[in-house]
Design a protein around this ligand. Sequence first.
Ligand code: 13P
Ligand code: SF4
Length: 303
Amino acid sequence: WPFHAPYVHAINQLKAERNAVILAHNYMTPEIFHCVADVVGDSLQLAIEATKTDAEVIVQCGVHFMAETSKLLNPDKTVLIPDMDAGCSLAASITGADVRALREAYPGVPVVAYVNTSADVKAEVDICCTSSNAVQVVESLGAPRVIFLPDEYLAKYVQTQTDVEIIAWKGHCEVHERFTGAELRAYREADPSIRIIAHPECPPDVLAEADFTGSTARMIDWVKREHPARVVMVTECSMADNVAAETPDVKFVRPCNLCPHMKRITLPKILDSLVSMTEEVVIDPAIAARARRSVERMINLKS
Ligand code: 13P
Ligand code: SF4
């Protein structure tokens, strides 16, 4: 990637000068993932790493809720996001007022929020979860019924793994809801040896076709462990690009879908962010204290 080189060089130099760390989600493009990130991972791994860093500045290469989570866990640090408009259809599907209404409709029923939510929503719930610990979090509450929000499909997936009754909100990921079971069956009919692995934000008919379901980090680990000859990674497109660099013997068969929010993060914007120290993520302290509790309760669960 010759035209990336000057950006990579400048970002890495400024990062050291500013005592900054770059936390990058697995959906970042390869030049970010491989060339400027200090830590890469799924949402849970990034949240845990955010609690460990000694850097004074965190540059979150991911979407807004991820940057908010880093800020919640590092209230005294500067947390920057290279594009403030990098949102998420799941986070946009529910507000704190919606959660308060749910609590009134289901008195006494505990509420679990997927981390793909705003700090405002996190402040109203009992505990957060990610796609890699959702079942464990639901069961940790010891309740017969749990409200799970906002991802309806993740909630349905969790319901297949637990006896706890799940009451779901009807939010969807605009990237994963576009896959269909029919398109995957067509790939399997064309090549019965093909392996299909899917993120749990996919609809149930898609997960029914999958040989493995897991968070983005677990999907990457699965490919590195199983070394399939041909695999469909039913998730965001950069996942296959990033893992392909480390698994040259694996053929990644499309489809994949792009997340327009994740793709807002680019090398030029990361550089701008470090030059001008913008855009800074700020959370109202009254909301932050309550939202932090929900995230910390998740992180403190023993795995
Ligand atoms: P992971 O926690 O599995 O990385 O998922 C985050 C996400 O936004 C998937 O669309
Ligand atoms: Fe949100 Fe879906 Fe994009 Fe993940 S892939 S950030 S869940 S819109």
